[in-house]
Structures are given as C-alpha cells and as structure tokens.
Design a protein around this ligand. Structure first.
Ligand SMILES: Cc1cc2nc3c(=O)[nH]c(=O)nc-3n(C[C@H](O)[C@H](O)[C@H](O)COP(=O)(O)OP(=O)(O)OC[C@H]3O[C@@H](n4cnc5c(N)ncnc54)[C@H](O)[C@@H]3O)c2cc1C
Length: 419
C-alpha cells in the first residue's frame, strides 16, 4: 500500500500493484433498494448489456415494512426475499463486499482481494447503523426493555416490549445524526400508543418522545398536523434530548440536553421500555474512500446524482450526499435520474440536462392502526403532494396504501425497473 493524495486533497491508501481485474460495463455497489432498482431499469432498457452487482448479503429487505412487523401487524418474514430472487435475470451477482475505490483507474477492490473494473460505477451501499456509538446499547439490544425497529433480528422484541409495558416510562429516541426514514421513530411510537390505548392502559404509561431535534418534525405543515396526534396519546415531547448512554441493568437512559448547539446539561430517565433509533452515518469504507465528501457521503451533485469529480460515477440512496430525507421513496425518483443520465452519457457523451432530482422524499407517517398522514416534500422541505386532497389529514385509505399496496409496488414494480 502507498499513501496518495486525491483531487480534493484527501490522503488515502492505494494498492501499489493492481493485478487482473474482471470488467463490467455497469458495476453496482450494493444490492439494496437503490442498487436493484437501477440494475432493473438498465436491463429493461438496454436488454443485452453487461451489469454486475457487488453485494455480500444473501437477503434483501423491504425495510419500510419493519414498523408494521414490530407492531405485530404483519409477519416480519414478509419484509425479506432471497437476494438471488431480486437480482434481475442476466445481472451478475458478485457475492463480496467492496473495501476500496480506485476511481482514477476505474477499479474497485473487494474484501476477497479481487479487483473489478467498470465503465460506469453506481454506488448504493446504504447507511451504516452505529450501534456502538451509544455505550450500553449494542450488547443490550433485545433485552432489559431496549428495542429497535432498525434491526431485523430484534424486531420481535419490539412487539414483546409493547406487550410487556403496562406502566412507567416508554421512551422513544431520535438521534442527532442523519438517519433513514425521518418518521420511523415516531411511527412506532404512535402504533405502540394506539395499542396501549386500545388495551385501556395508556393512562398508566408515560410516553415520551426524546429527540435531539429542536422540532417534532422538520416540515412545518407536518409538525402542525402531528400536534393533535401527540395530544391524543398524551405524549410528552422532550426536544434537544440526545441519548448518550444506557445503564441497561438499572433501566436508565442518559441524555445530553442541548442549547445553542452545545450540551449544557445531563439527565437520567428511568424507563420500562426504551425504543432506540440509533445514530447512523456513511459506511466506513465510503468515509475513507476518495469518492466521499467532507462528511463522508458519496460526493454527488444534488440534482444530477453524478459524482462531483468522476463523471462515470453515480450514487443514489442513503449513502449519497444529496440533502434529501433518506427514504426508499427518494430512490424511486433518484433512480430515473441516474439511469437517464447513464443512457445519455452512453449515447451522447454527456448527461441529460433536463433530468433533475428535486429532493423528493416521502414519509408515510402511521399515526395509529388504520391512520396515516402522507408527508411528501422536496428540497428545503417544500411540500410536494401527489394527491388532490389534504394529505395532512389522517386517512384510512393512505394507511392501507402503505400497508398493502406499497409492498406490492416495491417487489413487482420498483425492483422490476418500473419505478
Ligand atoms: C425502520 C425503517 C422504516 C423505514 N420506512 C420507510 C418508509 O416508510 N418509506 C420509505 O420510503 N423509506 C423507508 N425507510 C428507508 C428505506 O428503507 C431506505 O432509505 C432504503 O432502503 C435505502 O436504500 P439503499 O439502497 O440506499 O440502501 P439499502 O436498501 O439499505 O441497501 C444497501 C445494500 O448495500 C449492501 N452493502 C453494504 N456495504 C456494502 C459493501 N461494502 N459492498 C457491497 N455492498 C454493500 C448492503 O448489504 C445492502 O444490501 C425505512 C427504513 C427503516 C430502517
């Protein structure tokens, strides 16, 4: 290995000698929502082309279903498929994980010490969940009343905690980092509260939304629409509370309280149930790569999805630097821009200036069983509703669209290149 300096001045480790590299025209890093969607769109349009996906996992998850799974509404197995079954026909699956990028040489290196070269690279490895960032969390998830919908393996324990909690404090946290699905920490809180209300025990449980943020929800109109929901369940919002440690044996959550961007105090809150939305960040191998920006995300143009230094690299989804809400709904829009630009590059030698990603993201906020507020917004939190009615009203139809229709559209539409 040798240390070299990238165009942005970052010092990185590079392999000195590069042996044989298998070549693919379109090489995709990550077989999650972004990676499979783009692969399917390319195959649909170009038919006999050469696409490969580097993906270590044997399974693909439809993560938006995890909230329903955790509340016991849908079986968790319905959120997963074998990777082999979602990778489009004729796309090569390289069962490995990328460790290093050599963008100047159009190469990536994998954990298996293999090199792959490409004409176009699409980077979609998702976001990293930093369980270790909170002392007391990683080793205790799934016991002592500590649960999270952000981990498939422990989803059943969320349901168990909801069932077992009969009184005391039920804490739902939201971190001070970027995280996937801005509404998820609240959706599970509203579902749990509704279950307790229906069981006649909500009065005995003190539900607290402990968020590092200064508002309940970043989009003003949505925050307003959520006020009556919070009142209905007598939820106590605790703003500027950032979970910093858990004393698991004693069932105590420790928070930093922030003022003017700095921690000014510390509080300890005892709990019966602690639902944690863990801190998240760009995957480590992206952070230390030459393709990341100063914060560690894949450094792409927020409208074209093209890399800011390497024109044959694109990124979409949770690992990208675009400042939108990190959701699968955003990927549905981003994927069209990525593939449209790839086709234009291939045909015309330049990207299509008319293809613009406007920051669209959607957050179907489940506010109870049979109730949902459909928040859709673009960059700068500008509302971007799809339907000709007031989406800020809780609706049964929107709940069923999310629970029953969107999974079908995901498996049979988006992942088949019909986004
Ligand atoms: C609880 C929860 C609720 C959610 N609710 C919603 C919702 O209601 N609506 C919505 O739109 N979105 C929702 N989301 C967010 C949505 O699931 C994500 O935004 C989306 O899955 C991100 O897609 P992605 O392709 O960027 O990453 P992922 O789908 O996470 O896929 C990343 C893939 O990259 C692979 N990978 C990782 N490292 C490497 C490597 N080194 N080399 C190769 N491959 C690698 C991983 O194995 C994985 O398969 C929710 C998420 C969660 C967790």
């Amino acid at each position: 290995m040798e240390t070299v300096q990238t165009k942005s001045g970052k010092e990185i480790e590079q392999d000195k000698a590069i042996p044989f590299a298998a070549h693919h025209k379109f090489l995709i890093v990550g077989g999650g929502t972004g990676g499979i969607t783009v692969a399917a769109q390319i195959m649909k349009k170009l038919k006999n082309t050469d696409v490969a996906i580097i993906e270590p996992s044997e399974v693909h998850y439809y993560q938006p279903m995890w909230t329903f799974n955790a509340a016991g509404i849908l079986k968790k197995e319905r959120s997963k498929r074998l990777m082999n079954d979602v990778i489009p026909k004729d796309v090569v699956w390289i069962r490995d994980r990328v460790t290093t990028f050599h963008p100047e040489k159009n190469l990536v290196k994998t954990a298996g010490d293999d090199f792959y070269s490409y004409e176009y690279l699409i980077v979609a490895p998702g976001i990293q969940v930093d369980w270790d960032a909170i002392p007391g969390l990683a080793g205790n998830l799934g016991k002592h009343g500590i649960c999270s919908i952000y981990c498939y393996r422990h989803i059943d324990y969320v349901e168990e905690c909801i069932k077992n909690t009969k009184n005391g404090n039920a804490l739902f946290t939201q971190p001070n980092t970027k995280f996937k699905c801005g509404g998820a920490p609240q959706k599970i809180m509203y579902l749990a509260s509704d279950i307790w209300k229906r069981n006649g025990i909500l009065d005995q449980i003190n539900v607290q939304f402990t968020t590092a943020g200064s508002v309940i929800f970043g989009v003003k109109e949505v925050a307003e629409a959520l006020k009556p929901v919070i009142a209905r369940y007598s939820i106590e919002p605790k703003l500027l509370h950032n979970l910093k440690a858990i004393k698991a044996e004693e069932k105590i959550a420790v928070y930093d309280i922030f003022k003017d961007g700095k921690p000014v105090d510390e509080v300890e809150i005892p709990y019966e149930m602690l639902h944690v939305t863990p801190p998240q960040s760009s995957p480590d191998f992206i952070k230390r790569s030459p393709i990341s920006d100063a914060e560690g995300w894949v450094d792409v143009n927020m409208h074209t999805m093209q890399h800011n230094q390497y024109p044959n690299i694109f990124s979409l989804g949770d690992a990208g630097s675009t400042p939108n809400a990190k959701t699968g709904a955003a990927i549905r829009k981003q994927s069209r821009v990525v593939t449209g630009n790839l086709f234009s590059l291939e045909k015309n030698g330049h990207i299509d200036e008319n293809l613009i990603y406007d920051g669209y993201g959607s957050c179907p906020l489940i506010t109870g069983i049979g109730k949902l507020i459909l928040a859709e917004f673009g960059y700068e939190n500008k509302m971007s509703p799809s339907f000709p009615f007031n989406q800020m009203k809780e609706r049964w139809t929107m709940y069923h669209m999310k629970k029953d229709l969107l999974p079908i559209m995901y498996w049979h539409g988006m992942l088949k290149g019909r986004a």
